[in-house]
Structures are given as C-alpha cells and as structure tokens.
Design a binder for this molecule. Structure first.
Ligand code: AMP
Length: 397
C-alpha cells in the first residue's frame, strides 16, 4: 500500500474524499467534530507539501436530487475554515462549469470544498460519467473517507479508475485498515467483543464472522431482549425482533459449539416509558413486568461485563448497552467505557466503533485512553463482517 507520506504532492491539485458527515444541532453547530479532526493529518500533510485541495464530502441522505438547504455542507466548510485558519472556497453551486473555473484558479495551499456530493443523484449510483467529471477537476485522488468506504459511490470508488497510478489512501484510512487488520488477524488473547445497540438484525453478520475469532462475546443493549425472549424470559415491552429469535438461539448454539463464552445481561434497569424522566424500576433478574421496558444494564450485569473486559487483551466494542442518550439510563454504557479504558491502561488493545459507542466514550471522557476509535460505523461493521469494502478495493485494484 503506497502511503501518501512516501509521495510529494507539491504543486498538485488533489481530489480528497473525506467523511465529514458530522452530527449537528438544530442551529447547525457541530456537536462532535471527531471525523473532521481525524482527517486533519492528511489535510496537513497535503497542504504542507504545497498541494491545492478539492475536498469532496457528503452530508446526510438527500432524497430530492439537487440542493436541500438543510443538508448543505456550508456549516462544515465554515468550521473547516476556522480550524485551518484559512479561507475555504465553498462551491455553493452544483454547476460543473462554475466548479471547474473555481478549481482551475486554485493555487498551491488553497482549499476548496464541493457542496454535498449526494445532491447529485449520480453519486450514489456510482455513475461513471459523473466520476469522470469529478476526476477532471484535479490531478490525483486521495480517499480518506473510511466512514463511506462501504459505499460504491462515484466519489468513493468509481473515481479511482481515472487515476490508475495516482490514487492513495489518506492517513486516516490507512490507520483504520491497519487497526482493523490487527483485530482480525492474530489478536492477543483473550479477545472480547462487546456488541450492543438497538437491534440484533444489524449485527447478525458481524457476530457470525466474529465467533471463530473471539474468546468472549458480550451482548448488551436492546438486542439482548431478542435473546432473552427466545430463552423464554419475560421482557415486558422491551425492544425485540420476534422474527430474529431463532437466529438468536442459533448464535447462542454456535458460540457454545465454538467454545466462545457468551455473556448476556443478568439484571436490568427498566422504565415505564421511553424517556429520560419516566419511572424507573430495578429488575434483579431478566424478568421484566408488563408495561416496563429494559433501558439499561443493571449493576450485576455491569460487574459481570467489567470482569470479562478487565481480563481481556484485545477488546472490540460496538454499540451501547443501554439507552445512553438519556442520562438516567447511561450508567451501564459509561461503566463499559470506563472498563475498556482501564483494561487499555493495563495493556490491552482496544477498538471502539459505531457512532453511538464513539459518542459514549467521547461523552464520558475516556476517548484518550482507548487504543483506536474508528470513524466508521457501517464501514467498520462491514469490515468486521469480512466484506471487501468498495472504497478500499478501488484504491488497491
Ligand atoms: P445501533 O445503531 O443498532 O448500534 O443502536 C444504537 C442505539 O441503541 C442507541 O440509540 C441506543 O439508545 C439504543 N439502545 C440501546 N439499548 C437499548 C434498549 N434497551 N432499548 C432501546 N434502545 C436501546
């Protein structure tokens, strides 16, 4: 893999695809700039060489085709301009004539950012003619958008065809691939995967792919209720995918057959409605009365999971173990973040991915103590499922 660090981009116009799909509040203030900060080493290297940058990124999921004020990248371009302390030429227009003339006027060290690339319907179709038009704006291609690497889109994959000798991974991409390979190839043991989140359906393939690799599988959060119900336990009105109960039992049997220790919640903090200020009931077993729903891991569960984590040498965490967005139900997820940080202090290699788990470690202040935080939710999951990501393949081919 040719690293951008081995190449000089002096005097070149670099088409740089990044993942700046950051969360914003109702006033368009960026509430978590992790993805922007993580792309800075690549941006600094390219600008330091004396390149001009043409940054391509998407924001949200435009549906209409064309400009949508709510999904404009303008606030992100302004933010980038502030942290770079230089002007970012933002091409508000979607017209390629205008964009091309702005691109041709770029001087070494200049930064230009295109409007939300998904305003063009051709982007998500991976359209070749559109990718060619994009490619003509610059003279080489760097992909640093790990978070979009599982998409076979024009700016993440197709465009690479037009730069057979001049396409590179950015430093963030390189780092993601190196760390994920470290997890999947020859991990230090015991290897523990903690999988949480709302639904089992989105994590089945990951669990299947991880089972031959891990020593311990910890399942928490909303998805654990599908396991609990399948085992005949009372779950009240907790989130559950009834049509996935068979799969839950299959995964349980597969873990047993492979000698993987499977840990599920043993006690629950429940609420009588899905809100922060609902009434709260502690259920000492997974036996939730009617009218109540499981919202967080109980203290016995936290202790059980923490002990497993503290005895691990490799830890992968994807998905919260409770509705951590509500302060009342964030204790379990906070405790997991703390345990992962403490195990890392003791020498374990830890990887955290998935937007929610990443914001949980950021919120709890443990991010600095995690070995590696992935910027890709879906991309990380697909990598862990064993799939070849189109954004990675396009550079490697
Ligand atoms: P995912 O995107 O599948 O990783 O799920 C993340 C979401 O799972 C977060 O928004 C959590 O609030 C949610 N979640 C975690 N535990 C529960 C639960 N017990 N009931 C409902 N949602 C949950």
């Amino acid at each position: 893999m040719k690293s951008i660090n081995d190449v000089s981009f002096s005097g070149r116009k670099v088409l740089l695809r990044v993942d700046f799909n950051v969360p914003v509040d109702e006033n368009k203030n960026i509430t978590d700039d992790t993805r922007i900060r993580e792309a800075m080493p690549t941006i600094d290297k390219l600008l330091g060489d004396g390149a001009a940058l043409i940054i391509m990124a998407h924001f949200g999921r435009p549906k209409k085709g064309g400009f949508e004020a709510d999904l404009s990248l303008k606030p992100v371009a302004d933010y980038l301009s502030r942290i770079l302390d230089k002007k970012v030429v933002f091409t508000q227009s979607l017209d390629f004539g205008e964009i091309s003339s702005l691109a041709s006027a770029l001087k070494p060290g200049d930064v230009m950012m295109l409007e939300n690339i998904r305003f063009y319907p051709e982007e998500t179709k991976g359209d070749e003619a559109f990718a060619r038009k994009l490619s003509q704006l610059g003279d080489c291609y760097v992909n640093d958008a790990f978070g979009a690497a599982h998409r076979e889109h024009a700016s993440t994959a197709t465009i690479a065809r037009f730069f057979p000798n001049d396409r590179y991974f950015g430093l963030l991409m390189e780092n993601e691939v190196r760390n994920l390979n470290k997890l999947m190839q020859n991990p230090q043991r015991p290897f523990t995967a903690i999988i949480g989140g709302s639904k089992i359906s989105s994590k089945i393939d990951v669990i299947k792919n991880l089972l031959p690799l891990v020593d311990n599988l910890v399942i928490g959060g909303g998805m654990s209720y599908t396991f609990a119900k399948a085992e005949g336990k009372a779950i009240g009105r907790s989130i559950c995918e009834d049509d996935k109960m068979d799969i839950a039992l299959e995964l349980k049997a597969a873990a047993k057959a492979k000698g993987v220790n499977l840990y599920l919640p043993v006690d629950i903090v429940a609420g009588d409605s899905f809100s922060n200020d609902c009434n709260v009931k502690y259920c000492p077993q997974v036996d939730i009365p009617d009218g109540w729903e499981g919202m967080d891991a109980g203290e016995k569960t936290v202790k059980l999971f923490t002990d497993v984590i503290m005895n691990s040498k490799t830890i992968l965490w994807n998905g919260p173990v409770g509705v951590f967005e509500f302060e009342t139900f964030a204790k379990g997820t906070d405790a997991i973040a703390k345990a992962v940080a403490e195990a890392t202090d003791k020498g374990a290699f830890s990887a955290v991915g998935g937007g929610d788990s990443v914001s949980a470690v950021n919120k709890s202040g443990f991010a600095e103590r995690i070995s590696y935080i992935s910027t890709g939710g879906g991309a990380m999951l697909e990598f862990l499922e064993g799939k070849v990501l189109p954004g990675i393949k396009a550079i490697m081919d």
